[in-house]
Design a protein around this ligand. Sequence first.
Ligand SMILES: *Cc1c(COP(=O)(O)O)cnc(C)c1O
Length: 418
Amino acid sequence: MKSFDNFQINQKQSSIKWGEFVLKRTYGDEFGFETRAVHTGNDVDGETGAIKRPITMANSYELPYDPTNVNWSSADGNLYTRNGGSNQKYLQEKLASLEGGEDCIVLASGVAALSGLFFALLKSGDHVIFSSVTYIAVYRLLNELFNNKFNVETTIVDTTDINAVRSAVKPNTKLIHIETPGNPTLSISDIRAIADIAHENGALLSVDNTFASPYNQRPIELGADFTVESLTKYINGHGDAMGGAIIGKREYLDVIRAQSQVNLGGTISPFNAWLIMRGSVTLPLRMRQHNENALKVAKWLQKQKNISFVAYPGLENHKGHDIAKSQMSNGFGGVLSFGLKADHDTHNKFVQNLRVITSAVSLGHDESLIVFLGEDDERQYLYPEEFHNGFFRFSVGIEDAEDIINDLKQALEKVNLI
Ligand SMILES: *Cc1c(COP(=O)(O)O)cnc(C)c1O
């Protein structure tokens, strides 16, 4: 029997309280990261006693006796799945806990999370600073859409340089958005220092934590206001679902949630939220293997005579190694970039000869993925010199490190680079 006894509907603005679904068992900070990755957000299902909460594929929830007081734009209660559903809430509980934030919004993709954040926070006349190395959609959203269409001022800054960040700040700077490690160059920005600059100037800092995952880095604990994350990558980890998340303070997230879900419609499907919930259980185990494998592969690549460069923050010669060490607690992630001393077509031939490693975009999957980013990337002028002749972004998977290295080796041999 369903009952609305637990829902409190007081007035038009108030939310339907999420009564029946409150966790009976809670897993707070007294538990370690790995315990929370397993348990937080899960509970015994109230209806069946199942020890895993079920997928709820319904797009609507039953209304109370008198629905006229329901706020149709509320994102808090169980009303309509675009406004919010059970499975996304379970996942939100877990991710808020793993990232060390007050609250979390889970959306349809990493880009839905980025655009949800930007749309809710920025208005015309505001100024935003963002890293010269970011996911391409950040560049498109801020530097083309928000800038040209909505009169939001944008400044692209090499955020590895603290002085450059400081001098880019203006009286109307509302937001600084950084990505560290940055996609695709693996540049490292100092989260603590940039958070200080933002806060001294009344601005907010958001950090894209996709490359690190909360196992390796928790930006909110380092002073950021928001962590943004593509769940499509490490958090899900199995390459079979898309999602994104924003983690931060409730006062901001309430507003962002209403905009990004109810009005922009970036809601995640219950099935994808369920898949990501399932995948995220093994995040710590997978990250340990990604960290270990990527470091081994980076060190091996570094010794090959026809590799032009290797960018991995775990290498001591990486420009951002010391800062990475100070803000990444368990390791440096599974993504690295490298170049070949070879012409354009040899890069493609090399990829064609790989047998374990797959040529595909995306990253953070269980399997190793590689993508050749050619010489004519429009943002190349923003990257360091060594990236100008074409390079690979390589997401090192959780296979045997030896098999990954042997695969690279045999493919290099086939194109006469060993
Ligand atoms: C993939 C990615 C995104 C976008 O996430 P989607 O889930 O593909 O929308 C954002 N930021 C970074 C750093 C990414 O790698």
